[in-house]
Design a binder for this molecule. Structure first.
Ligand code: FES
Ligand code: FES
Length: 154
């Protein structure tokens, strides 16, 4: 089947097979390697992307479901003016170590801030509960999201 959707604000049209996941489509067919493959079963959040404005695990979304919709990966957040405040926050707070979880965490945080622009620490922890990080201990990630939230509501 032919699938047409917008990827980071650009139109995409390609043939996909019935059982193909969005993760496979993005990584293997479109070469978007920032979308990481971790567990493959919806438990680690490494493959998080925005579908319209909501964070989803791309490994659990059938490719056919994105037809006519907007998919955003980490490449879609920065603008000509510079990095997105969440990207800036992760850098400022030292919230990136190996970086494997980082694109997914930033996109999950983006989805959280769309719904709740000024989340408490607990709300951030809850909002990012589906995104695992093996390196950082989360402290700096939470500080980064708080930093970005402040910057975005200024
Ligand atoms: S690879 Fe999709 S949630 Fe782990
Ligand atoms: S920075 Fe390494 S898994 Fe999160």
């Amino acid at each position: 089947m032919i699938i047409e959707f917008r990827l980071n604000d650009r139109p995409v049209s390609l043939e996909a097979s019935g059982g193909e996941s969005l993760l496979h489509l993005l990584r293997e067919r479109l070469g978007v390697l920032s979308v990481k493959e971790g567990c493959g079963v919806g438990e680690c959040g490494a493959c998080t992307v925005l579908l319209d404005d909501r964070a989803v695990n791309a490994c659990l979304v059938a490719a056919g479901k994105v037809r006519g919709r907007r998919v955003t990966t980490i490449e879609g957040l920065a603008t000509e003016e510079g990095l997105h405040p969440l990207q800036e926050g992760f850098l400022q707070m030292g919230a990136v170590q190996c970086g494997f979880c980082t694109p997914g965490l930033i996109l999950a945080a983006h989805s959280l801030l769309q719904e709740n622009p000024a989340p408490s620490r607990e709300e951030i922890v809850q909002g990012l509960a589906g995104n695992l990080c093996r390196c950082t201990g989360y402290h700096d990630i939470i500080r980064a999201v708080k930093w970005a939230a402040k910057r975005m509501t200024r």
